[in-house]
Structure formats: C-alpha cells, structure tokens
Design a protein around this ligand. Structure first.
Ligand SMILES: C[S@@+](CC[C@H](N)C(=O)[O-])C[C@H]1O[C@@H](n2cnc3c(N)ncnc32)[C@H](O)[C@@H]1O
Length: 227
C-alpha cells in the first residue's frame, strides 16, 4: 500500500485523534483521513460518511483491501444514523463553519463528555466557535495549518457549560492566540489586511465600522505582543 500523505490541514486534524479511538469522518470524500489513521494504527476502526454517492465511490476505490473491514462507508447527511457506530473521535473537515454547526446541532448524541470533535471549517470559524461555546462544548485545543492558505482546526469536547469569547478570540481561537508562533503572526497580519479592507469599504459607504474597529484594535495589539 502506498503511504498516504495528508495535506497540512488534515494532518493537523489527525494530530488531535486519540490513540485507539473509533472514529467518524463526516464528509469523507476520498477517505484519506480514515485510511491514514488506520494504516498508522492510530484509530481502531472508522465510519466514513458522505452525503453524495460520488465521494463514497472515490473512498471505496482508495481504501486498501487490508483496511476494508475496518472502514465502514455510509451514505448519509451529516451524523444521521451514525450514533450506533460509537465513534469516540468525530472529524468534520473541509466544510463551511455553518454547515458543521448544523450537522452538530442535528446530532445531540455528540453532547457526550467522552466524544471529541475535531473540526476544520473552510469558512466562518467565528460562527462555529460561537455555536460550540453556546451549546456547552469547551474548545480544548486548536491548530493552524498552512496549505494554499491558513486553515484553522478546532478540537472540542462537551462540558455542559457555556463560555464567552471576545470577538478576536472567536476569530482567531483562544488556544491559537496562546500558542503564538510564526504562522500565527502571519495569520494575524492576514486578518488585519482583510479587516482593513472591510472597514474601508464600510467607511466609504458611511456604514458603522465599530465591529471592524474593535477587531482591528485587538489584532494590532496582538501583533505587537507576538512580534
Ligand atoms: C470539500 S470536501 C472535504 C473532504 C474531506 N473531508 C477533506 O477535508 O478533504 C466536502 C465533502 O463533504 C461532503 N458533504 C457536504 N455536505 C455534507 C453533509 N451534509 N453530510 C455529509 N457530507 C457532506 C461532500 O459531498 C464532500 O465530499
């Protein structure tokens, strides 16, 4: 079997999987994550699901024979019908933050202190963080990954208590802020550019820029501390 080389964002997600876990990979597409995690003996068994038949066909072709009994494929929306598999670590990567939140909202069985969520939103990370924190999940760690752009990976577990983050923490992640580092500095700089653009656009239309002003203040302060 050829060695699976994961993109950095998937590698970062894989690094949060606990050794010996039964995993669910929602929106698996090519099934690289379960193949990687099982072939390295990190996960013990996997359910790989997708809402579309095409990706599941790709997954079926990619899964090597020696793993076919350990990776179960299911055609389903999000986590519907997955509860019985008993996944301990649930990965949802490569989807928008709102869709990931909707999938979790529709699967109340994920509110279990023994289940770990490993989420890699392509967009709307602040929305996803806000959803998790208000739904009683605690964000236990985070990572940044550099591929064609900088991606965020969020690792969360249910604790039953809600928590509040500042707007900058929702945007960048409290753990990412604590970890710091060169990639984090670049991430802050990129966000400063994005928010300066948004603020300029709003200001030219005489719209309220107080949210962007608050974010930019926070980002510039962070940049001074991290550099
Ligand atoms: C961009 S791919 C990401 C594949 C892989 N997880 C990754 O990160 O590289 C998104 C996958 O999610 C699937 N998908 C989209 N909405 C879904 C849903 N509601 N439930 C399950 N899978 C979904 C798509 O069919 C597609 O295969």
């Amino acid at each position: 079997m050829k060695d699976v080389i994961l993109k950095n964002r998937l590698q970062a997600a894989a690094s949060f999987v606990r050794r010996g876990s039964a995993i669910a990979d929602v929106g698996t597409d090519h099934a690289w994550l379960p193949i990687y995690l099982l072939s390295r003996g990190i996960a013990s068994r996997a359910v790989a699901s997708d809402i579309n038949e095409g990706p599941l066909c790709r997954a079926r072709i990619n899964i090597p024979k020696n793993l076919s009994k350990k990776i179960e494929l299911r055609l389903t929306d999000g986590l519907a019908g997955i509860e019985d598999f008993g996944a301990q670590d649930i990965l949802i990567c490569g989807m928008g933050g709102e869709l990931i939140a909707r999938i979790l909202q529709d699967a109340p069985f994920t509110k279990d202190k023994n289940i770990r969520l490993i989420l890699q939103p392509m967009t709307k990370a602040p929305y996803l963080r806000e959803f998790l924190l208000s739904a009683g999940f605690r964000i236990i760690d985070e990572a940044l990954a550099d591929d064609d752009r900088i991606y965020q990976v969020i690792c969360a577990e249910y604790c039953g208590e809600s928590e509040e983050y500042s707007p900058v923490e929702l945007l960048l992640g409290r753990h990412n802020i604590a970890h710091g580092g060169e990639l984090f500095t670049r991430f802050v700089e990129q966000n400063i550019k994005i928010f300066e653009g948004i603020r300029a656009g709003k200001a030219s239309g005489a719209a309220d820029t107080s949210y962007e002003d608050e974010i930019l203040d926070g980002l510039n302060t962070l940049l001074q501390v991290t550099k």
